[in-house]
Design a protein around this ligand. Structure first.
Ligand SMILES: C[S@@+](CC[C@H](N)C(=O)[O-])C[C@H]1O[C@@H](n2cnc3c(N)ncnc32)[C@H](O)[C@@H]1O
Length: 283
């Protein structure tokens, strides 16, 4: 039986999803939403989208269901060393930060991948630092990955990838950091997995960032494209607060924040723009 989502049900679900996750869904996406959520209704033995909405709202075990919604709605595509030019710029900035930090009492450099999917981004950060030849002397490095989807976090902890996730990655890097398990699967080096802190949480929620403070570099790429303006503004503020003084933010190539000129200063490199935290002047 094919379930039809009526306008009232669409409005209820759209508003709820926007409030919880900031995802903005247009009326023309109603059929897409209905098709993607349909299997969830069958799995939960629910008879309509209204019942599904009520389940999300009040069922005691709705939390995991709720947090997996973005992955049902969004395109979850991610791959290793995506937008290579950004990683080259990151390595230059990281090296400068490392030299600066070596003279300070707090010698830890903190890096966050916000919207880390199945770990491809935080692990790419780790791989690019390790393969850069930059000496590790004097500094600790902490890498965090944060994603709302509990299944993505659990898959990131397993560290097993298909060849598509490794497209475009140098053969030398694959040989050095991955073990081929079979024709379709590569396992990432356990040292990289173990030294990355993976957390489940919503970037719209300021309390998630209590454990993520003084971050020197934040990657938040290909997450905002799905967000409405209100959500983008909330996220901009959360990321701004999590960044260290003059910390850097990397967004996806086609993404921006409406409030970025108040909170962030664009820094231009060939083919790459990075946003640096602005700190208000005090009298
Ligand atoms: C398209 S993937 C991008 C992954 C990676 N940053 C990249 O550029 O390859 C978007 C990721 O953002 C996550 N996401 C979406 N909304 C989120 C939210 N409110 N809080 C945390 N993560 C979120 C999704 O679960 C998904 O894993």
């Amino acid at each position: 039986m094919k379930l039809i989502m009526n306008n009232t049900e669409f409005n209820l679900l759209r508003d709820y999803i926007e409030e919880e996750f900031g995802l903005s869904i247009k009326i023309q996406d109603r059929d897409m939403l209905s098709k993607r959520l349909g299997p969830n209704l069958f799995r939960l033995k629910l008879g309509s989208f209204k019942e599904y909405y009520e389940y999300l709202l009040s069922h005691p075990s709705s939390k995991a269901e709720l947090n997996s919604l973005p992955s049902v709605i969004m395109n979850m595509e991610s791959y290793f060393l995506r937008e290579k030019a950004q990683f080259n710029v990151f390595i230059d900035l990281f090296d400068k930060k490392r030299k600066e930090r070596a003279r300070k009492p707090d010698r830890t450099i903190r890096i966050l991948s916000a919207g880390c999917a199945e770990g491809q981004e935080p692990y790419s950060i780790s791989i690019s630092i390790r393969s850069s030849g930059i000496p590790n002397s004097g500094c600790n490095i902490q890498i965090f990955g944060l994603d709302i989807d509990p299944f993505s976090i659990s898959s990131a902890k397993d560290g097993v990838y298909n060849p598509y996730s490794l497209r475009g990655v140098d053969k030398d890097i694959i040989r050095k950091y991955f073990t081929k398990i079979d024709k379709d699967h590569y396992k990432l080096d356990d040292n990289i997995i173990k030294t990355t802190n993976l957390l489940q949480g919503n970037i719209l929620n300021p309390s998630v960032f209590k454990a993520l403070q003084n971050i020197d570099f934040i990657f938040c790429r290909n997450v905002l494209i799905y967000m409405g303006m209100k959500a983008k503004n909330r996220i901009a503020l959360n990321l701004w607060e999590a960044l260290s003084h003059s910390g850097y933010l990397f967004l996806g190539q086609s993404e921006s924040f409406i409030k970025q000129d108040v909170l962030f200063r664009p820094v231009h490199f060939p083919d790459v723009i990075v946003y640096q935290k602005k700190v208000p002047h005090t009298a």
